[in-house]
Design a protein around this ligand. Structure first.
Ligand code: KG4
Ligand code: ZN
Length: 370
């Protein structure tokens, strides 16, 4: 009796265009994880720099102009053509609708011409499944998704089942980092510039609030921090005759970053308690999203996990921020389960990962948070 031929590993094209990065990547399934064959990210920071934030119309136009080029480059860098692919995965939401549409239209065009399966991916699922792409992490794991538009604790039960334990009720931490940078005249995106300043600063100089720590549960709030920072900045400016010194700026950044870290660590402790009640065989806590690139925040979370006995995973920096490899991987997970979309796939500005959870309050600069 001959054994049936083993099916070839899935090779997926991923496309991402939900915010201000146009990206395409090729990922192949490799055992329990993914192998990134190429990953192209075309950022738009320069286009939005003069406006102090992402301008949806400018973002949409840039995505429309660049998405085809990104796909071509991703194929070229992987040494592949469309006939080598098993399918096309595309971010179908949540995000800025003009950008999401550019990616979805591009993916549909390729699917229509090649007949390859089309897989619509939730951008947040892309971030949340990244530790499986990089490390083959087993379910269930606890996830802190923390970016410019989102902040939530999720239990990833399987590749399509996510339970939200809590999240921000107003600003996302990345948004707070960006606003802090703007208030202090630092370049955007704010995260890396505030982190660099914070390294030179004294966090103890300002006592910024740690909001909602007195409230039960895993919900968080970051908008009060920004107000506290604004007040401290204005007092310094008034006392220094209209300017901030370099040390003032560094100290403000350090105090702000410590406050964000403390809130994330304290709420993570509560999320861990709820997750551990599931008695996972190999407890793991993973962090993803742009703010996971922050060294101080990562270190705080890592120490917490060491104390609580959980494995801690943080993806490499390039996979923390928006990219298409995570979308290709989430597509592999869906395609592997037979989850395929038709050419009527629609772009969704809102798309909660856990549609059983109560909607979060507040809207960020990227619209209402999922
Ligand atoms: O995940 P991401 O690329 O985009 C989405 O928001 O979906 O995250 C971008 C956000 C920005 O707000 C940026 O300021 C923040 O992540 N960020 C950081 C750092 N690097 C990027 N925040 C804190 N520290 C960093 N090193
Ligand atoms: Zn993102």
């Amino acid at each position: 009796m001959s054994t049936p031929p083993r099916s070839a590993p899935l090779v997926m094209l991923g496309i991402e265009s939900s915010c201000d990065d146009t990206a395409a990547a090729i990922v192949a399934a490799s055992g329990d994880r993914g192998q990134i064959l190429s990953s192209v990210v075309m950022g738009q920071s320069a286009l939005h720099a003069d406006f102090g934030g992402v301008v949806p119309e400018i973002a949409a136009r840039a995505h429309a102009e660049r998405v085809d080029l990104c796909v071509e480059q991703a194929l070229e860098q992987a040494g592949m053509d469309l006939s080598d692919l098993s399918g096309i995965a595309v971010t179908a939401g949540p995000g800025l609708i003009g950008g999401v549409l550019s990616g979805v239209m591009c993916a549909k065009g390729i699917a229509a011409v090649t007949g390859l399966p089309l897989v619509g991916v939730n951008h947040l699922a892309g971030h949340a499944l990244t530790p499986r792409l990089t490390d083959g992490l087993g379910f269930p794991y606890l996830m802190l998704l923390v970016s410019g538009g989102h902040c939530q604790f999720l239990i990833a039960g399987d590749a399509v089942t996510f339970t939200r334990l809590g999240g921000t009720i107003d600003d996302a931490p990345g948004e707070a980092f960006d606003k802090t940078a703007k208030l202090l005249g630092l370049p955007l995106p704010g995260g890396p510039s505030v982190e660099a300043e914070a390294r030179k600063g004294d966090p103890a100089r300002f006592a910024f609030p740690r909001p909602l720590l007195d409230r039960e549960g895993c919900d968080m709030s970051f908008s009060g921090l920004k107000t506290a920072l604004l007040r401290a900045r204005d007092q310094l400016v008034a006392s220094h005759g209209g300017t901030l010194t370099a040390q003032d700026r560094a100290d403000l950044c350090a105090a702000f970053q410590d406050a964000v870290r403390d809130v994330l660590v304290a709420k993570s402790r509560r999320a861990i308690a709820r997750y551990m009640a599931l008695t996972p065989a190999e407890p793991a806590f993973a962090v993803a999203g742009g703010v996971a690139a922050n060294g101080a925040i990562r270190a705080g979370l890592e120490r917490l996990c060491a104390r609580e006995g959980l494995r801690f995973l943080a993806p490499p920096l390039a996979l923390c921020t928006d990219n298409a490899a995570m979308i290709a991987w989430a597509g592999i997970e869906r395609l592997g389960r037979g989850l395929v979309d038709g050419l009527d796939l629609s772009a969704r500005p809102r798309w909660p990962l856990d549609d059983q959870a109560a909607p979060l309050l507040g809207t960020g600069r990227r619209g209402a948070k999922a």
